[in-house]
Design a protein around this ligand. Structure first.
Ligand code: DOR
Length: 428
């Protein structure tokens, strides 16, 4: 069977090109990429997909999601998370280890891969814990986790407090070809805080988390990357000062990469004014100046990746007082339209936006995809960049509906998502 995706504009996020090209797929692979009109075969063995007026992009790859399984299946399962991912245009997601039990051993990594296989939708790549039980005391068995299928290491949700342990993690991880992803939080500074420390937290009387809580740890990771010469990836960058630290580190040739999430370039701490727990997230929504710095960081390539930090929580954790609510928001079905907004604002070129949503994360983790080439895997997304809609809860395929974007007008949607030549999502 051959699938012929015709008439679309194909984005190559590596060569940073948008070209009028058709994609011919056979089985799980891209057979050929040809100019419009360059493929003419017809017959029952050919399935045509009309992509005229649409963008054809390599399947989006999210290097930072929480799928909650095992242990918190009432918030999300690998199957429901994978469904939301496919609807959001993602063909692959990398899931963080803060499950119950945490993914700190072969059995959990294998379980995640089995559940993903059973779901049969997008590719799911486990990120294993850096420390046993994510307790920050002893390292996990990186070699065994890699052999089981882990593609990266992180204690996300928790910082690695002990600098010596982090140093060893960077050294051993590099030996195994695994990237360390750091959740940067000085818990002595963030303790008790529930939102950004600033004028809004003072006005509404909530305890704040200063930006220094993030910056101090970003600086430590950069120092350790310099000391060891081994790469580190900074998760969910939210402050102007972190952007500046990463910018300088890159200028100095230190092997550091960084990601941010759409809420950090879309919302600021004023969103918390009405004590809306949907806007409670770690790191917290910062100031408008921080938002501007995140955008500059994205434009200049200081921030390599846009990841969602998709963090499902049930009403049990969110329909409570602000102080008691859990940190986190879902993001798989809103990242694409919110990133396209940056393109419309002139912050990012379209090809750069797709690069940060696909190729950049894939290359940091060393997983396939992120680019469409003859002979490569047929993971792709057809995007309608002009489709406008209100983001209503009934669109949400995640088991949890904790999005601060509910009720908001969005523009741009995944029309079709294909993984290994198989359609896993098609918009009605
Ligand atoms: O807001 C967040 N939620 N930040 C994190 O680092 C963890 C995540 C979660 O697991 O809920």
């Amino acid at each position: 069977m051959i699938t012929w995706i015709r008439g679309g504009d194909l984005i190559d996020p590596v060569r940073r090109k948008k070209e009028a090209l058709d994609v011919i797929i056979e089985g799980a692979k891209v057979l050929r990429i040809v100019p419009h009109g360059g493929f003419q075969e017809e017959g029952p063995h050919i399935r045509q997909i009309d992509a005229s007026g649409k963008l054809v992009v390599p399947g989006l790859i999210d290097m930072h999601v929480h799928l909650r399984e095992p242990g918190h299946e009432y918030k999300e399962t690998i199957a429901t998370g994978a469904k939301a991912a496919a609807a959001g245009g993602y063909t692959a997601v990398a899931c963080m280890p803060n499950t119950d039990p945490p993914n700190d051993c072969r059995a959990v990594t294998e379980f995640i891969l089995e559940q993903a296989e059973r779901a049969g939708l997008v590719r799911v790549y486990p990120i294993a814990a850096i420390s046993k039980g994510q307790a920050g005391e002893g390292l996990t068995d990186f070699g065994d986790l890699k052999a089981a299928g882990a593609v990266g290491l992180s204690d996300d949700g928790f910082p690695v407090v002990n600098s010596e342990l982090m140093r060893r993690a960077l050294e051993y991880a590099a030996f195994y070809g695994l990237r360390v992803i750091s959740h940067c939080e000085d818990r002595a500074l963030s303790a008790g805080g529930v939102m950004h420390e600033g004028v809004v937290s003072t006005q509404i009387g909530l305890a704040g988390i200063p930006d220094a809580s993030e910056d101090i740890m970003v600086y430590r990771e950069i120092s350790l990357a310099r000391l060891t010469g081994k790469p580190v990836h900074i998760a969910h960058v939210s402050t102007a000062s972190s952007v500046q630290l990463v910018r300088r580190a890159k200028e100095d040739g230190i092997p550091v990469t960084a990601e941010t999430a759409p809420h950090y370039f879309t919302l600021d701490h004023r969103r918390v004014m009405k004590y809306d727990t949907l806007a409670k997230v770690y790191p917290p929504l910062r100031t408008p100046e921080d938002v501007a710095a995140i955008k500059s960081g994205l434009r200049e390539g200081v921030i390599d990746v846009i990841a969602t930090d998709h963090a499902p929580h049930s009403p049990l954790e969110k329909a409570v007082e602000f102080d008691k609510a859990a940190f986190g928001m879902i993001g798989l079905q809103t990242a694409l339209p919110l990133t396209l907004e940056l393109v419309r604002e002139g912050v990012l070129e379209l090809t750069d936006a797709i690069n940060k949503l696909s190729w950049a994360g894939a290359s940091i983790l060393g997983v396939p995809g992120g680019r469409l080439v003859a002979g490569g895997i047929a993971d792709l997304t057809i995007i309608d960049p002009d489709y406008e809609y209100v983001f209503e809860p009934d669109r949400i395929l995640s088991k949890s509906k904790n999005s601060p974007f509910i009720g908001q007008k969005l523009k741009g949607i995944a029309e079709l998502t294909m993984v290994g030549g198989r359609v896993v999502w098609e918009k009605e």
